[in-house]
Design a protein around this ligand. Structure first.
Ligand SMILES: Cc1c2[nH]c(c1CCC(=O)O)Cc1[nH]c(c(CCC(=O)O)c1C)Cc1[nH]c(c(CCC(=O)O)c1C)Cc1[nH]c(c(C)c1CCC(=O)O)C2
Length: 351
């Protein structure tokens, strides 16, 4: 076997010469080449469900600045139609599920995941793996059952999570059945991504932080635990990463899922996060994306301030990032192993 990519080593806690770096939403609207392609193919679903386009878009940042991770251009909702939930992405509203699932009757529409319908994902991962080899980690991703359920139950993006949160009390059996269904589908989908070429898979429980921690333990964690246990049996070597938006109240609980890497957001002090999590797990994230709007020295200082870091860039509002701001140095280091206090903290020497 050749050498594993830096990011994979760091995710496993092996020693690395420097922290690897990649950005979330690193493919997308801040890049002129992407905007041009999006003009030609205006539908997000077409861009994210056509092998050639997925590969081309995923490789745009790789070609521009050689990050240590190449994340597949896709979405957490992409697998939905493959288990019976149609959806659209609208320009202003974002994700829309026209028939939200709220009753026992609605559960009948769900069926086991049909991976044949997701061949564009498998095929794209295979090609990405060929293109980058082991020079970077090919990153797959999925949504956690709770986070995906928020879209399926609410019918789209929500600020309040009123319907799904009241279901916890008024129709717990329906919600449990939905979450169990999603658990099986997502576990299978992760294994499929790994078998297709993903080095590492990130689980986004982006909206898990909308639950009080004790409710997260009841309505999100058990399903993530199950996913981790199924995937670890089939793909014991593949590092799994877990991220929650606003995860300050959740760190120890996240570690309890058995994932290999915890994505910290910038509301948690890095040293506090490390203290709370201990030295036997890797950490990534933690740099406020607002630093992308600062000067290069300020960004570099912030990264270096983080000592043993694994930093993921959450670059959500990418369209607002001026093109000239986008160059190598704006990458943030993402993964450093727990034992790497003596690491040189320089970030991403690629030019
Ligand atoms: C707008 C939106 C979509 N899908 C979703 C939204 C957010 C809506 C809300 O706030 O409720 C749902 C979603 N999609 C993704 C997440 C998890 C990450 C997070 O917390 O932001 C979530 C919560 C991963 C993703 N979704 C996407 C990626 C891209 C892969 C990469 O990082 O390059 C990821 C990790 C891509 C995506 N996904 C979507 C678009 C339009 C795009 C392309 C962005 C662009 O044009 O620049 C549709």
């Amino acid at each position: 076997m050749g050498s594993d990519p830096l990011l994979v080593k760091a995710a496993r806690g092996d020693p690395v010469s420097r922290p690897p770096a990649w950005m979330m939403r690193q493919a997308g609207r801040y890049m002129a080449v992407y905007r041009k392609l999006a003009e030609k193919y205006p539908s997000f679903r077409e861009r994210s469900e056509t092998t050639d386009l997925i590969v081309e878009i995923s490789l745009q940042p790789w070609e521009a600045f050689h990050p240590d991770g190449v994340i597949i251009f896709s979405d957490i909702l992409t697998p939905l139609p493959a288990f019976g939930v149609p959806f659209d992405i609208e320009d202003v509203r974002g994700p829309v599920i026209h028939s939200p699932l709220r009753t026992e009757e609605h559960l009948k529409a769900l069926h086991p995941i049909d991976l044949e319908k997701l061949q564009f994902v498998g095929e794209s991962l295979r090609i990405l793996r060929q293109e980058v080899g082991d020079r970077a980690a090919v990153l797959g991703f999925v949504g956690a059952p709770w986070t995906i359920a928020t879209y399926i139950v609410e019918g789209g993006t929500t600020r309040t999570y009123t319907t799904i949160k009241s279901m916890c009390h008024t129709a717990p059996h329906v919600l449990r059945a939905l979450l169990s269904h999603l658990t099986e589908a997502i576990a299978e989908y992760i294994v499929f991504q790994v078998e297709s070429g993903a080095h590492c898979v990130q689980i986004f429980d982006s909206w898990g932080g909308q639950l009080p921690p004790d409710m997260w333990e009841r309505w999100s964690k058990p399903y993530i635990d199950q996913i981790v246990s199924i995937v670890k049996k089939k793909c014991p070597k593949t590092p799994l990463v877990l991220y929650i938006n606003g995860n300050g109240g959740f760190l120890e609980r996240m570690k309890g899922t058995g994932v290999d890497v915890i994505g910290l957001d910038w509301t948690v002090d890095m040293a506090d996060g490390r203290k709370r999590l201990g030295n036997d797990i890797s950490i990534q994230g933690n740099v406020d994306p607002a630093y992308l709007f600062s000067s290069l020295p300020a960004l570099t200082d912030e990264i270096h301030r983080k000592t043993v870091v694994i930093v993921v860039e959450e670059q959500k509002q990418t369209s607002r990032i001026p093109e000239h701001h986008k160059h190598t140095h704006e990458m943030t280091p993402i993964v450093a192993p727990p034992a790497a206090t003596d690491l040189p903290l320089a970030v991403c020497p690629h030019e």
